[in-house]
Design a protein around this ligand. Structure first.
Ligand code: ITT
Length: 202
């Protein structure tokens, strides 16, 4: 039997890799199709939920269904929640993962370790062919470091320390990150939902 297709409303290759690896790890047979369109300037909402909804709608309105999107941010309570919803363009219009990390590390200079608490939050928005819409959320808590650690260079991972493992997300193999991360927690709820509502995909 052909596996069901589901569009992923993202242009971020790291996310696609994590989605596929998550589905593989848990033996879930879906064919994840990356967005065939550029999703530019859609993230102007004030919450992750709003931005996730905009990205998923953009594809579903053009007939790409079922579809899910992922909007993620790193929140630092001691900086009033930034970078938060501004995580991708934190260091400006031509921001890169490196320049964003650098800017954040600069802001932590002189700040005690205890105050550098941070959390990643992911919101997944799923839109079924019928238009039915559902949201799934996942959070991972840790601390922001003032130096980079690890080979996995996705976004803020090399500076995000995950205390239960004593390592940054940048130091973890993808299979490990995919068992404990914000994205993995949101994906896990999403997958449970799909398993219990199989018909929703068609
Ligand atoms: P799409 O909108 O096309 O999905 P994006 O990169 O703009 O891609 P987000 O707005 O959701 O996606 O993410 C904002 C930034 O947060 C992203 O560019 C990374 O720098 C960072 N980020 C997201 N998920 C992350 C993760 O699991 N680990 C580390 N950093 C992450």
């Amino acid at each position: 039997m052909k596996c069901p297709e589901i569009y992923a409303a993202t242009n971020n290759r790291n996310k696609i890799e994590e989605f596929r690896s998550f589905f593989e790890l848990f033996h879930i047979q879906f064919n994840i199709v990356p967005s065939p369109l550029k999703l530019e300037k859609l993230e102007d909402g004030t919450t992750l939920e709003e931005n996730a909804y905009k990205k998923a709608c953009f594809l579903s309105d053009k007939g790409y269904k079922p579809v899910f999107s992922d909007d993620t941010g790193l929140f630092l309570p001691f900086l009033d929640g930034i970078p938060g919803i501004f995580s991708s363009r934190f260091s400006g219009g031509s921001a890169t993962y490196e320049s964003n990390r650098s800017k954040l590390m600069d802001l932590t200079i002189g700040v005690s370790f205890e105050r550098r608490k941070a959390y990643f939050k992911t919101v997944i928005c799923f839109i079924a062919p019928s238009g039915e819409t559902h949201f799934f959320t996942g959070i991972a808590e840790g601390f922001v470091l003032s130096e980079e650690r690890g080979e996995y260079r996705f976004g803020y991972d090399p500076i995000f320390l995950y205390p239960p493992l004593g390592r940054t997300f940048g130091e973890l193999p993808l299979e490990t990150k995919n068992k404990i991360s914000h994205r993995a927690k949101a994906l896990s709820q999403f997958v449970q939902f799909l398993i219990h509502n199989e018909g929703i995909l068609f």
